[in-house]
Ligand binder design. Structure first.
Ligand SMILES: [Fe+2]
Length: 228
């Protein structure tokens, strides 16, 4: 992705988020110059991957295969071993009409995906086989605490206010219909480096062509700008 495209997506997303009465934390608006002045006190932001996360999954076509994410809070994977500290994660997502987040599951993470407003969020579901392919068995999920069962590859449509719980090893891909969706994700600690099983081999983070300076840093930029 070009940096100019990422900057434009950030500005557009910020306006969309505000239009829904939601607000990002102040560190969202730090510039690369501000980041260069930060010391060890902001290590949690860096180490837990908080912040802007915009990806085309390596597709080169963000409007059709891509996802906007902002990680608002997240713990560390090692917290799970001692069952102490921050064991949870919260993200804000923006899903475009027909913009697909490709089929994947998580080995460890259970996540709730919440339609917080806008259009409808369509989630297609499969169980995983023992060798991590698509099973042909019916899928049972909890939608706001009520069990629903769909056939393999069946879809659940979340209208604004509705949410779904996706447990580990449940394959899911999603996109919006009728209008762009502001979505939330509330989950167990998130470890993007180790806990995503994509059905097709794709990239979780985009390669970036630096045609202009960054407006704000993506989580994947911290290693280059943060000296703390
Ligand atoms: Fe997921």
């Amino acid at each position: 992705m070009k940096r100019s495209e990422i900057n434009a997506i950030m500005q557009d997303a910020d306006a969309f988020i505000r239009a829904h009465g939601f607000h990002l934390p102040p560190f969202a608006y730090w510039t690369p110059e501000t980041w260069a002045t930060k010391g060890p006190g902001v290590r949690e932001i860096v180490e837990c991957g908080l912040g802007w996360d915009i990806t085309d999954f390596g597709s080169g076509d963000y409007p059709r295969v891509g996802l906007f994410l902002f990680t608002i809070r997240n713990g560390r994977a090692e917290n799970l071993k001692r069952m102490r500290g921050k064991l949870y994660c919260e993200k804000l997502l923006i899903v475009g009409v027909g913009q697909v987040t490709p089929m994947h599951f998580h080995w460890s993470k259970t996540e709730d995906i919440i339609n917080r407003g806008g259009g409808d969020l369509v989630i297609q579901l499969y169980n995983a086989t023992a060798d991590e392919q698509l099973a042909d068995t019916p899928v049972t999920v909890s939608v706001d605490g009520e069990l629903r069962t769909v056939p393999a590859g069946g879809k659940i449509v979340l209208t604004p206010g509705e949410s779904i719980t996706l447990v580990d090893h449940c394959y899911h891909q999603f996109w919006a219909e009728r209008g762009r969706v502001l979505a939330g994700e509330v989950s167990l600690v998130n470890d993007d480096a180790r806990d995503n099983r994509f059905l097709e081999p794709i990239g979780r983070f985009p390669a970036i062509e630096e045609d202009v300076p960054p407006l704000h840093l993506l989580t994947q930029d911290y290693a280059r700008y943060y000296r703390g």
